[in-house]
Design a protein. Structure first.
Length: 407
């Protein structure tokens, strides 16, 4: 009887266990998890609602140093397969503009159906087992935890990355993969807030505003996104910031200068804004500049914008010169923030980087460095944008790993 040991009982590990049992019901499948429960991170996903996949599933939604290796996995197990897999587990799905959630809006329900299926399939679950070594031996693998040694014919590494370590993913998977011959693309936080130096918007902390954020590495454009930006005491946050954060984090990792410009009025060009301000002056000559901007920007943001444009809040509209008007337009369209850091792994939703994907056979998720070893999930050098893509990668790679390990 084939023995399959899965290290890590998160999204990809639980999927791998179910797929392995579906492929070979007679196989002995065991999950080793060092937390006291399975799927701890899953409970926090989508603000507790679990955005588990997305209608739009394209290679451009994922990043990797080996981008061509991502597509075969997503093609083999895409949105439709995920929806079917969860329907089969008992999850009724609902779509919000193409973003899929469980009908009850509870990540807990997703974890619950996983646990029920693992139990009915007879998957062994050993929690509180921290795996510290996996050794390849003639008879397969020996897996050492702090308390036990397990023997396996096939091993699936599904330890996650090192984002949000409180949920269990402490980065130990990278060392385990490294000890079995794999190389690691430098790991940086992704889908994370950004910190800025001499924060010009600090006084607007708490403001949420529609804006476009554009990231530059040593002056070269690298990424942009538009949506609701949140200004924090230390920098910027919100979905568009998350979307560009992996690019900024990589730039910072390589000690490049990282800058983000904020466009507070993405719907109009700088020229249109100049004309708009010109027209707005009519009848407002004796207003202060603060009053002039009231109705366009959040009240808390106005003093920051004026200060950045070097215009005093109390200055009368009629006293503002051409250069200052230009400075104000530039400020509204291209306010520049020097990024000093991300908010770190503990606040990141995922990691960018990980085990090199071109060292994996992405038809089967078997290692090309160590036979009978399979890898899945965030441990690999793949990160997706916000919107259910990281879980989709976990389900897809976990499914392929489990199914093929059991063959
Ligand atoms: C706050 C938050 C919200 C998120 N929301 C979403 C969302 O809505 N949609 C989406 O697509 N993605 C979301 N993500 C990302 C998503 O949760 C992860 O990409 C996904 O869980 C990765 O699955 P995984 O199986 O690779 O790793 P994990 O889910 O992290 O599981 C790895 C497991 O391995 C265990 N483990 C690690 N090392 C060892 C070891 N040495 N021995 C034993 N066990 C070990 C860990 O304890 C953990 O249980 C979110 C992430 C966070 C942090």
């Amino acid at each position: 009887m084939k023995k399959i040991v899965i290290i890590g009982g998160g999204a990809s590990g639980m999927t791998a266990a179910i797929a392995a049992k579906a492929q070979a019901p007679e196989a002995e499948v065991r999950i080793l998890e060092h937390k006291d429960m399975l799927g701890k991170k899953l409970l926090s996903t989508g603000n507790g609602r679990c955005n588990f996949t997305n209608e739009r599933m394209e290679p451009q939604c994922f990043f990797s140093d080996s981008p061509k290796c991502v597509e075969p996995v997503i093609r083999r197990f895409g949105t439709h397969d995920t929806l079917q897999f969860f329907e089969n587990l008992g999850i009724m799905a609902k779509s919000r503009n193409g973003y899929y959630y469980p009908q009850p809006d509870q990540a807990g329900a997703v974890l619950h159906v996983f646990k029920m299926r693992l139990r009915t399939l007879g998957v062994g679950i050993d929690t509180n087992q921290h795996v510290r070594e996996v050794r390849k031996v003639r008879s397969g693998f020996l897996i050492h935890t702090d308390e036990n040694t397990y023997q396996a014919d096939r091993v699936i590494l599904a330890c996650g990355g090192k984002a949000f370590a409180v949920s269990g993913s402490d980065g130990s998977g990278y060392s385990l993969a490294g000890s079995l011959g794999h190389s690691i693309v430098p790991v940086v936080p992704a889908l994370v807030q950004l910190k800025t130096a001499g924060h010009p918007l600090a006084k607007a902390s708490g403001v949420r505003t529609e804006a476009k954020v554009s990231a530059y590495e040593s002056g070269h454009f690298i990424a942009a996104d538009t949506g609701e930006v949140q200004i924090t005491a230390y920098g910027i946050s919100g979905i568009p910031v998350f979307q560009i954060s992996r690019h900024v984090a990589k730039a910072l990792y390589y000690k490049k200068k990282a800058e983000v410009t904020v466009d507070f009025l993405p719907a109009v060009t700088a020229e249109e804004l100049t004309v708009l301000f010109e027209k707005r002056k009519a009848g407002r000559d004796i207003f202060t500049m603060s009053e002039f901007l009231t109705g366009i920007f959040n009240q808390k943001l106005i003093p920051c914008l004026l200060k950045y444009a070097q215009i005093r809040e109390g200055t009368k509209v009629q006293k503002v010169g051409r250069t200052q008007w230009k400075q104000l337009v530039d400020t509204c369209k291209y306010l520049s923030l020097q990024i000093t850091d991300t908010n770190g792994f503990d606040h990141a939703q995922v990691c960018a980087g990980g085990v090199r994907l071109d060292e994996i056979n992405t038809d089967t998720m078997e290692s090309l460095r160590c036979s009978h070893l399979y890898l899945a999930g965030e441990l690999l050098d793949v990160d997706g944008i916000c919107g259910g893509y990281n879980l989709q990668w976990a389900w897809a790679s976990g499914y392929l790993a489990g199914k093929n390990a059991a063959k």
